[in-house]
Design a protein around this ligand. Structure first.
Ligand SMILES: Cc1cc2nc3c(=O)[nH]c(=O)nc-3n(C[C@H](O)[C@H](O)[C@H](O)COP(=O)(O)OP(=O)(O)OC[C@H]3O[C@@H](n4cnc5c(N)ncnc54)[C@H](O)[C@@H]3O)c2cc1C
Ligand code: SF4
Ligand code: SF4
Length: 412
């Protein structure tokens, strides 16, 4: 495994307590912190509070119709890119640049984000960043859990009262539920969408199935045109259609039960969501709150914004996905397609498949269906508590409806 340089900022970041084992836990960091006793109240897997937290953050719950029904409350939505993309970023580096600007302008004392482990670029390592130039060390996606919320204790101990946190939805859910107890003067939450996360060890197995030189892979992304992009340290790139991914060779528990049953794909409790799904090759911003507007304003001169496009019809793709899930509840539709047909399907997906916002709606519906069906198979007793009303609404048109005892109408 190629080692990455030891970073000064990681030397400043305290060693974290070990994570106690819990069923359905993505190690967001709460259980390693002084807030450990709150897991039962703040965790999206134990006591999800989607409606209450949407009211807390946005002053209202999401609209039941239109794009909010898919993506959660927002004020504005953009296709976006940095005029000058940052080298080493996952996309153009909007997330990193926001962190840099927050620190450079003194809007926050510190940013909590995820760097790479010095020994393994793919292993997440939570970090406290206090200088703009340190943000570069957090560029790029790592696969695995990042216990960033464990750093809230250290941030408090250092007297930081104005914080920004960059995180995925399960982290943001717990953070928002804890927010009022943290004694913060100001909190900016920059969220990324997240799906199909797994442990770093499992991700290495996956890389080993994709290429003969897994140790040379520096970048991986599931593109919005139904292909995976790999980049290598010698400048090579490789594109693999989703249909040709070696999903059937992965063990049944490759995607953990947590990430399969995670319903807030687009990180709706953040101030600003920075993703790519509706970006058609660029990034995708969902500005959700007044703080989110401030974050965009920080980059005003550097961002190129346009209206997100939308094309195609998701219904067929989602319906097929649901049918296969109902049969297997263990993988993706590609499992059943004969090998010779897969390149053709891959071509058709790219040519005729949903694009832009319709692609994002497709993925959100697929994830909601996967969450419900996998819970029904693996943890039926959790369904009532874990599945939000908005997820049931999304999948009703595909014939997935709650059976007696599966649905909680109003969440506390
Ligand atoms: C596991 C995972 C799955 C994702 N799936 C999707 C998806 O399906 N659709 C989509 O639109 N976007 C997804 N994203 C987000 C996407 O990969 C980009 O991070 C995002 O679009 C921002 O790009 P950027 O160039 O602005 O990021 P950069 O400027 O490169 O910054 C990346 C940021 O991601 C954070 N980060 C990296 N790894 C982790 C991690 N393991 N846990 C928490 N935070 C991390 C870092 O703190 C850093 O600030 C996913 C991210 C992760 C971590
Ligand atoms: S709150 Fe975080 S640490 Fe606690 S159980 Fe949930 S995911 Fe795990
Ligand atoms: S898929 Fe969901 S549960 Fe898994 S790491 Fe991402 S946000 Fe957390």
């Amino acid at each position: 495994m190629a080692a990455v340089a030891v970073l000064p900022l990681l030397e400043q970041t305290p060693t974290l307590a070990p994570a106690p084992h819990r069923d359905l836990c993505t190690d967001c960091g709460v259980s390693r912190s002084s807030h450990a006793a709150s897991c039962g109240k703040v965790c999206q897997f134990i006591h999800p509070k989607y409606d209450a937290l949407e009211r807390q953050v946005h002053g209202r719950t999401r609209a039941r119709t239109g794009d909010e029904a898919f993506f959660g409350p927002f004020r504005a939505m953009h296709r976006a890119r940095l005029q000058t993309p940052l080298a080493g970023a996952q996309w153009t580096g909007i997330t990193t640049r926001i962190g840099e600007r927050l620190l450079a302008t003194g809007a926050v004392d510190a940013v909590l984000a995820t760097a790479s482990d010095p020994e393994d670029r793919w292993r997440p390592r939570p970090a406290i960043l206090t200088r703009p130039e340190e943000m570069a060390q957090c560029r790029g996606m790592k696969m695995g859990y990042s216990p960033i919320l464990a750093l809230l204790d250290e941030a408090t101990a250092r007297g930081y009262r104005r914080l920004a946190v960059i995180g995925v939805a399960c982290q943001v859910h717990a953070l928002r539920a804890l927010e009022s107890t943290l004694g913060l003067e100001r909190l900016y939450v920059i969220g990324t969408p997240c799906s199909d996360n797994t442990t770093t060890e499992r991700f290495h197995e996956f890389l080993g199935l994709l290429t003969d030189t897994p140790a040379r892979v520096t970048y991986l992304e599931f593109l919005a045109d139904f292909r995976v992009e790999l980049r290598f340290d010698d400048g090579r790139t490789q594109f693999i259609p989703f249909m040709q991914l070696p999903i059937s060779q992965l063990p049944a528990d490759f995607f953990p039960a947590t990430c399969r049953a995670c319903f807030d794909y687009t990180n709706s409790l953040s101030d600003l969501t920075v993703g790519y799904m509706a970006g058609e090759g660029e990034q995708w911003l969902l500005v959700r709150t007044a703080r989110g507007e401030e974050l965009c304003a920080l980059l005003a001169d550097e961002l190129v914004l346009s209206a997100p496009g939308s094309a195609g019809d998701r219904s067929g793709a989602v319906r097929t996905f649901v049918r296969v899930l109902e049969r297997s509840v263990g993988g993706l539709p590609v499992r059943r397609a004969p090998k010779w047909v897969r390149p053709l399907i891959g071509w058709a997906q790219r040519r005729f498949g949903p694009k832009g916002l319709e692609f994002a709606r497709t993925r959100v519906e697929m994830k909601a269906a996967e969450g419900i069906l996998s819970l029904r198979q693996q943890r039926p007793h959790r369904m009532r508590r874990m599945i939000p009303a908005f997820a049931w609404d999304l999948v009703a048109r595909y014939g997935i409806v709650a059976q007696p005892g599966e649905r909680l109408e109003a969440q506390p």
